[in-house]
Design a binder for this molecule. Structure first.
Ligand code: ADP
Ligand code: ZN
Length: 727
């Protein structure tokens, strides 16, 4: 392992780079400017975070969104990387403290908003940093903000070139997920990059499944079903209007699906609160207008559902692209109805500016073509960005995956073959189809083929359908084609049988029913249950530290843990996503949980990665015995209601007492009435409640610090759950 790979594992816990990350890191470390265009989830952050650790001095990251800065810094910190941010949300004292950290070299990355960077006093600070410890790198995130052509123009970005000139030896790295050529050129010139290394990744997101469903009176029921299928995972549902969001959200809640709204009509506190609940997996469904999403880096969103028609395909790509950032399977579903089209057209008609109207109509046209498409959705999306997909069948969209059914097309085949016969077997496919469909072309008139009995007898089918049939006849050798390059169609003995009604013709066509798409890769049932326990544990730990669960470990990491069931430090360290810092912090709670579970269920632990598949195949009987998992929480609830205490339930279920409390908390938060007086006496509840109120609600840690050792995290969580339920 070389230095770069060692750092990758040590700090981030990854064993391998994602495509092209390594090349970019190498270029940046050699101090070359770079422009990186990569889709969401491509792993852009690492391309400046790793160089920041390898280069001496401090890396400045310009980032436009406060929420995103906080999130990035949290992630770095749990990996033990000294990072901080400075923006307007800080008090003066806090800002000064962070500035001096930057100055004395105890930070490796400093995130700053663009409007701050260019302020005089900040430039003075940068000068001092440069003198003391050196500026190693300038990373400009969301670099499309520099362009008026991008979707989020920020005038301050236009001044960032001054940094490039001021600290000449520090390379500039510009990053964006916006793909158009205009934006790219703008970034290059506006930021004045010097001989930059340019990397343009494919915008294909293979892990995303695309599907379009007709919007009709059953749509709401389908949505409910979709969300129920995803019961353990996060979903975003997009609607066009605030009213639409509120109404849909209400309906969902009435139907027992906990959902929160998000739109510009809410106060900014409400928006932050709803976003926080969503990010922390406390609520799994967010119903939102497009106001939601920019700056959300939640990696484990498993579905993005568009309940209304988006205005443009670029918008659709961005919004749907918020699914599956972690690279695991996720689904993007669009409910597509012509009623929506009329609404959008009406709105466009209201625009005053003719040019704006024109652009909007063009965008709508592409969107409609996507919805109506009978060819691969992915191909459509990518071709919109000027990219061609180089396989025929993407294998992960509704069109490519639709099941085919055999259909009797004998009559159509007879029409087709008889047309070939009557035109003297002298023409190719396209001409035959034209005659069948009664096309009014010069050539047909010249040949007097508009006089034939077969002229126009196939008007009821489209060109595509006839060509599809023609190709099927060729494939089944019911028809021949010349090999001289002219592709002349000719009848053979089998064709004659069809024409004489001695042979029926069946071709495979898309079946009417659609199969339910499997958006999760399956774990075997035992690992799946262990995975759910590890997820609960992750929530508990995240909650105590006041960070979103995905910052503790990603879903992919938990899945691998559930499969390999590590017990030793070495095994734990091998799991992708476990770096040195996380090994130290999480080894004990996770391996304990795994051991308890495995011992109780007679599962082997400490498996070799290469054996995982086999281990599961070896024992199909075990898998079927386990059957579908009843919700673990419900089992806990049953025992609790029998009057058993927490230790007792934990013992019986071979789980951590903490996990049991976690179940109760989740149950309370989802509306279940549970008497917790047995665990937290009323007086204690009151004191905790007061502390929660005094400190404004959500964070556990400050409350724990205020109350001291007398009170446990578990008690505080239970009481907080009760206060939330009342809201
Ligand atoms: P982007 O900013 O391009 O949308 P991120 O930097 O947020 O992407 O990374 C997307 C996801 O991929 C994150 O969950 C991150 O932890 C993960 N990731 C990044 N690099 C690697 C790697 N080398 N191996 C495994 N996972 C990675
Ligand atoms: Zn496809």
């Amino acid at each position: 392992m070389d230095k770069i790979e060692q750092a990758l594992k040590h700090y981030f816990g990854h064993d391998t780079f994602l495509p092209s990350q390594r090349e970019i890191v190498e270029q940046v470390v050699s101090r070359r400017d770079a422009l990186i265009l990569m889709p969401t989830g491509g792993g852009k952050s690492l391309t400046y975070q790793l160089p920041a650790l390898l280069l001496p001095g401090l890396t400045i990251v310009v980032s436009p969104l406060i929420a995103l800065m906080q999130d990035q810094v949290d992630r770095l910190k749990v990996n033990g990387i000294p990072a901080s941010f400075i923006n307007t949300s800080l008090s003066n004292t806090e800002r000064i403290r962070r500035e001096s950290e930057a100055l004395n070299g105890s930070l490796k990355l400093l995130y700053v908003a663009p409007e701050r960077v260019m302020a005089d006093n900040f430039l003075a600070l940068l000068d001092r940093i440069e003198k003391n410890i050196g500026i190693s790198l300038l990373a400009v995130d969301e670099a499309h903000c520099v362009s008026e052509w991008g979707h989020d123009f920020r005038p301050e970005y236009r001044q960032l070139w001054q940094l490039r000139e001021r600290y000449t030896h520090a390379p500039t790295l510009a990053l964006t997920a916006t793909a158009t050529e205009r934006v790219r050129d703008d970034i290059l010139t506006q930021l004045r990059l010097r001989d930059p290394y340019i990397h343009i990744a494919s915008f294909n997101r293979p892990n995303l499944y695309y599907e379009v469903r007709q919007k009709n009176q059953h749509t709401y029921a389908e949505l409910v079903q979709l969300l129920r299928e995803q019961a353990e995972a996060s979903s975003i549902v997009y609607c066009t209007t605030r009213k639409g969001v509120d109404e849909l959200c209400e309906c969902l809640c009435r139907d027992g699906i906990r959902a929160l709204p998000y739109h510009a009509g809410l106060t900014s506190e409400q928006r932050t609160e709803h976003q926080t609940h969503f990010i922390r997996d406390e609520v799994l469904v967010l119903v939102a207008t497009v106001a939601f999403g920019m700056g959300i880096s939640k990696p484990d969103i498993r579905s993005v559902i568009h309940y209304d028609l988006p205005k443009s395909l670029e918008g659709y790509y961005q919004e749907s692209g918020r699914a599956g950032r972690d690279g695991l399977p996720a689904q993007c579903i669009l409910f597509f109805g012509h009623g929506d089209r009329v609404k959008v057209e009406y709105l466009i008609g209201q625009k005053q500016d003719v040019n704006e109207q024109y652009i909007a109509l063009e965008q709508l046209r592409h969107m409609l073509a996507y919805g109506d498409s009978q060819t691969c959705r992915r191909r459509r999306l990518l071709s919109y960005f000027g990219e061609t997909l180089n396989v025929e069948n993407c294998g992960n969209c509704d069109i490519c995956l639709r099941p085919m059914a055999l259909e009797d097309r004998t009559i159509d085949a007879q029409k087709f073959l008889s047309c070939v016969s009557r035109t003297q077997q002298r023409f190719g496919m396209r001409y035959i189809v034209d005659v069948l469909r009664g096309a009014n072309t010069q050539r047909i008139r010249d040949m007097s083929h508009n006089q034939l009995s077969t002229y126009g007898i196939g008007k009821d089918r489209s060109i595509d359908e006839w060509q599809y049939l023609g190709r099927a006849l060729l494939q089944q050798e019911l028809l021949d084609e010349s090999t001289d390059g002219y592709h002349i169609l000719r009848l053979n003995a089998l064709s004659q049988e069809v024409l004489r009604r001695q042979r029926a013709v069946f071709i495979s066509v898309p079946a009417v029913t659609t199969v339910a798409h499997q958006s999760k890769t399956l774990l075997d049932p035992a690992s799946q249950r262990l995975f759910q326990h590890l997820r609960s544990l992750r929530r508990v730990l995240a909650d105590e530290q006041g960070v979103p669960p995905y910052i503790v470990f990603s879903e992919a990491t938990l899945r691998t843990m559930a499969q390999l069931r590590p017990q030793t430090q070495a095994q734990f360290a091998c799991i992708p996503g476990v770096g040195d810092r996380k090994l130290e912090a999480y080894f004990t709670p996770f391996t304990d949980e795994i051991r308890l579970y495995c011992e109780a269920h007679n599962l082997s632990m400490g498996l070799e990665p290469s054996l995982v598949g086999r281990e599961q195949q070896k024992d199909p009987a075990l898998a079927s015995l386990l059957g579908p998992a009843p919700s673990s929480r419900i089992v806990t609830l049953g025992l609790y209601r029998e009057g058993r205490d927490i230790e007792d339930i934990a013992h019986e279920r071979s789980l951590n007492p903490r996990t049991i409390i976690g179940h109760l908390v989740e149950l309370i938060e989802s509306g279940e009435t549970i008497d917790i007086e047995r665990i937290v006496q009323p007086e204690r509840q009151k004191i905790i409640c007061n502390a929660l109120q005094a400190l404004g609600g959500n964070m556990l840690k400050p409350v724990k610090e205020l109350l001291g050792d007398e009170y446990s995290y578990e008690e505080i969580r239970l009481v907080r759950a009760l206060t939330r339920q009342g809201q």
